[in-house]
Design a protein around this ligand. Sequence first.
Ligand SMILES: [Zn+2]
Length: 368
Amino acid sequence: MFFKEIVGQQDIVQKLRNSFTNGRLGHATLLAGKEGHGCLPITLAMSRYIMCRERSEEDACGECPSCKKFDKLVHPDVHFIFPVVNKKGKDPVSDSYLVEWRKFLLATPYATSNDWIREIATENSKGTIYKDESDLINRKLSMKSFEGYHKIMIIWMAEKMNDVTANKILKILEEPPQNTYFFLIAAQPEQLLQTILSRTQIVNIPPIDVAEVANYLSANYQIDSAKATDLAFFAEGDLARSIELFDKVDELQQNIENFNKFIQLSKNEQTVEIWDFINTQLDRGMNSYIEFLSYITHNIRRNIIETVAPSDNKILSDSATSAVKLDINFQQARAIYKLLNDAIYHIERNVYPQLALFDVSLQLKKML
Ligand SMILES: [Zn+2]
């Protein structure tokens, strides 16, 4: 991964690159953001840049011995820690899974931790950074660097460290050996111990610009730009999520049509038709109701953006969808949000989904 391959996020990239070239990069950086915002690819590109012997102002060279090792993720001074599962016959540490890890990362740098765990275990397994890992971290960093240059320790999904692991690396995180850089990556940094947070420089990684995600999708997948924009927008700048949604593009289109119909029936108080619509068109199991409600939530947000963020209008007008334009203000939007979220909450707790939807429809009429 090079900086030039990062999707969007050029401000962040520039900031990180400058902090390194100006000698201001802290010895421990925490990249905090959703996986699909690109925290891991940014860290990979940054690590390659730091290790490159012929780097330019812009990027790593791609030709030096260090870059060649990076091409295969086998640089001996770049260490990876990531969640693993406790399997019979394997020590529960990252080193036991390095072969799978390299293959996985080289194929899909924008993949998620769920993708990773699915790769090495069964669907419902939970990945953890086990306590044995802390001894390895300390040992690896106490050794001299193989190439007499920098050393890098990347801890992906750092919030998966159990407390024992976290406590055992506090000292080395605070005072790492010379020329050592820690990069911690966390999607839920609030789950990290305060003592870890306080020892890092936190860099928040925001969502990727919707247009950048859309460009990436239409360049890399068989999808036209209007649909790509829809996916990017619905995924809210989360590249991994937009790829996940890729398989659901028809479902998304169906939701758009259902949304338009639902709003129209609700506005007109066609209660008999609404009840019928809910029980036929929308009925594809409990999850389909929840997905539909989530979709309406998304559309409410979209309507607000169309009203208040003119800079995004271009993107939205490129979109393939023709969702109903709702003339609502913030107060209305807030009330509708609450209504929708309450309905999702109740359905998840076994309220009959058809009734919950019917209630939403009746309430919506009053709010629109
Ligand atoms: Zn190089």
